[in-house]
Design a protein around this ligand. Structure first.
Ligand code: BG6
Length: 500
């Protein structure tokens, strides 16, 4: 794929995400030789800064590029910093964009970016529509998603707060941009191992024939983080784990596990199948179903390695009586031919013992047990896809214990990405930015995908907010979640806690 000349405008350019993720991702693309001949970045936000001050902030004095600035050739760094410009938007994102338009047009002429503009909204979602409208008022949105002289818009998550707000956001953006111009980021899709789910499934005849209800007993996904809410208490307390992680990142992973084979690897074909997958998740509606299949929890103060760790309710920006979940576990079924009656268990949480995201496919035991001595708790074949860290794939299968009789033990066949000598795993933002620069939307969420995910999550949120006697179970920070969460997966031999 080739990347044509273009100008990237970053809204929210003085914010944390820009400095922490976007500029380092751009730097690595630059270092890897992925920039087109003419490429310009125009930061825009409410802060008053000159171009030079912006360069200082996001490059020369950035804590996120410290190593690079210190060790690389000064001229090389300068060449990167010099593509950065800055435009002050005044007091608010909803003011007049004439200055911005003039700046874009003069940079476009000066730097020969061919009238191709990409707008990156690193701002709260409430600003998406006003920014899109202002760009449209200035005539900056007309163009296509694909050709020369393109106009594209990239938006961050969270995309909405509920199905209704996501629909409003989609409508708001689609007033000014066509769907093929809109790129909705879900950084999990930028992860190499998430993309590899497609390759593992659809390029191997040893997995795909087994990938269904006949051979798979259940599917388990764990997403654990060791951090708490850090400095984002204010945002997180209104969001919670279900909105923050499950609706987006985890349901994206689910869709890749559940989907049918696409006709080919085009963005539209893959996304059509993902939407179908998300629409086939059985939406839980009755209180009884929701009671038995969902669980929320919240970390409470504890001591880790002799150090006291704050409970969630003590975190800055969090309501001391908050019921917001930092742990969410959901059991659900998929109503289609392939997955009928196969349970899926998905959990996500902060303040867990280790940082890990993994998918475990638990296969059924063979119909007839020839060898009686198998360890009853450990007799299924497992395919474990480690999304992060230690990216790789592990297969657990039975082998004979040397010696008399036929005792069976599980052995591991373990592949680590790091063992590929030429592997250079691109950071998720790097990959996604490069794709958007090239107009490839395969790894971006389409409007209908996002809405189908919200449609599944909405009743759970509603039940947790207003249902009768819904508990928020406490769990000590640094542990694997509430004790009662074992009940949710009891029929399937319990959760697999990686590293235990
Ligand atoms: C973000 C969430 O989208 O993903 C954060 O808002 C979370 O709360 C983060 O910590 C996790 O991302 P990763 O790539 O570290 O697993």
């Amino acid at each position: 794929n080739s990347t044509s000349n273009q100008l990237l405008v970053i809204f929210g350019a003085s914010g944390d995400l820009t400095a922490r993720k976007l500029i380092p991702a751009l730097y690595h693309l630059y270092e890897g030789g992925h920039f087109p001949e003419n490429f310009v970045v125009l930061g825009a936000s409410r802060s008053n800064m000159s171009d030079e001050e912006f360069r200082k902030k996001v490059v020369y004095e950035s804590p996120y590029l410290k190593e690079e600035v210190k060790t690389k050739d000064a001229a090389f760094i300068k060449k990167f910093a010099d593509i950065m410009y800055y435009q002050d938007l005044g007091d608010d994102y909803d003011s007049d964009y004439t200055d911005l338009k003039n700046r874009i047009e003069s940079l476009d002429k000066e730097c020969k970016t061919n009238g191709s503009f990409m707008f990156y909204l690193s701002t709260p979602p409430s600003l998406y529509e006003p920014i899109a409208k202002n760009l449209s008022d200035q005539g900056l949105t007309k163009g296509s998603g694909n050709d020369k002289g393109f106009r594209r818009i990239i938006v961050e998550k969270p995309f909405g707060y509920s199905l209704e707000t996501a629909q409003e956001l989609n409508k708001g953006l689609q007033k000014y941009f066509k769907e093929n111009q809109i790129f909705r980021i879900d950084h999990y899709l930028g992860k190499e191992t998430v993309q590899n789910l497609l390759v593992t499934r659809f390029s191997n005849s040893i997995f795909e024939p087994l990938w269904n209800r006949n051979y798979i007993h259940h599917v388990e996904i764990t997403n654990a983080e060791t951090v708490g809410v850090e400095k984002r208490g204010g945002y997180y307390d209104k969001s919670g784990a279900l909105r923050d992680m499950f609706q987006s990142h985890l349901l994206q992973i689910v869709s890749l596990i559940v989907m049918e084979p696409p006709i080919n690897s085009n963005a539209e074909e893959i996304r059509n199948e993902k939407v179908k997958a998300l629409k086939s998740l059985r939406i839980m509606r009755s209180e009884e179903e929701l009671f038995h299949n969902t669980m929320r929890g919240q970390y409470v103060a504890s001591s880790i390695n002799g150090k006291r760790v704050k409970g969630y309710r003590e975190e800055e920006g969090v309501d001391p009586e908050s019921k917001t979940e930092t742990y969410a576990a959901i059991k659900f079924f998929v109503d289609n031919w392939r997955w009928k009656d196969t349970p899926f268990y998905v959990r996500t949480a902060k303040q867990m013992p280790t940082k890990v995201t993994e998918v475990v496919i638990h296969f059924k035991t063979p119909h007839h047990q020839v060898f009686k001595d198998q360890d009853i708790n450990n007799k299924d074949n497992k395919l474990i896809i480690r999304i992060q860290p230690d990216e790789g794939i592990l297969i657990k299968f039975g082998v004979k214990v040397p010696g008399q009789g036929f005792q069976v033990e599980r052995a591991n066949m373990d592949f680590y990405y790091s063992s590929l000598s030429d592997s250079n795993i691109m950071d998720a933002y790097e990959r996604l930015l490069l794709d958007a620069m090239q107009g490839d939307a395969t790894l971006y969420a389409r409007a209908d995908e996002v809405e189908a995910a919200w449609a599944f999550v909405d009743p759970i949120l509603e039940y947790w907010a207003n249902g009768q006697d819904v508990n928020t179970y406490g769990y000590p920070a640094g542990t694997w979640g509430p004790k009662d969460s074992d009940d949710l997966i009891e029929d399937s031999n319990g959760w697999r806690n990686p590293g235990e």
